[in-house]
Design a protein around this ligand. Structure first.
Ligand SMILES: [Cu+2]
Length: 146
């Protein structure tokens, strides 16, 4: 009975660890520092990240809010979104792309180093008087004060 109890306890601990890894380890800067090299700017509106994929480099599963990608140096990427098939993208120098919030993983399948600037937009929802309000309602409320 004691052994069973111990097995159950260690299983439970393992499960909780797995859950928290899934919930908290999705920030690209934390799960893929090999690729998400440097946070250039971080404030309440945006986070700007310098990204570099050497040939063959992989960014494991991570999550972004809505973001804009600017391609400094292009190449061939394989992107896999959660629940979808892998997609090959040809990135050209100077390209800019808007991407809605997404969970994905990526791999540089080309022969060149891909360099990107990723600008993540923070959600505009804010707590006000204990209520969740969107940007529109906040504007109304703020302009009403003036
Ligand atoms: Cu990403």
């Amino acid at each position: 009975m004691k052994t069973l109890n111990m097995i159950f306890k260690s299983l439970l601990v393992g499960f909780v660890l797995m859950l928290s890894a899934g919930l908290y380890a999705q920030d690209p800067v934390e799960v893929a520092p090999n690729v998400y090299k440097k946070v250039i700017l971080d404030n309440e509106k945006v986070r700007v990240i310098q990204v570099e994929f050497a040939p063959g480099e992989v960014a494991p599963w991570h999550h972004h809010p809505a973001h804009v990608i600017y391609v400094l140096a292009g190449g061939k990427m394989e992107i896999t979104e959660k629940g979808k098939e892998a997609q090959v993208m040809d990135l050209n120098d100077g390209d800019a792309m808007y991407m809605p919030a997404v969970s994905h993983m990526g791999k540089n399948i080309g022969t060149t180093t891909i360099k990107l600037i990723v600008t993540e937009m923070k959600p505009i929802h804010k707590m006000m008087d204990g209520k969740m309000m969107d940007g529109k309602n906040m504007m109304k409320k703020e302009s009403g004060k003036m």
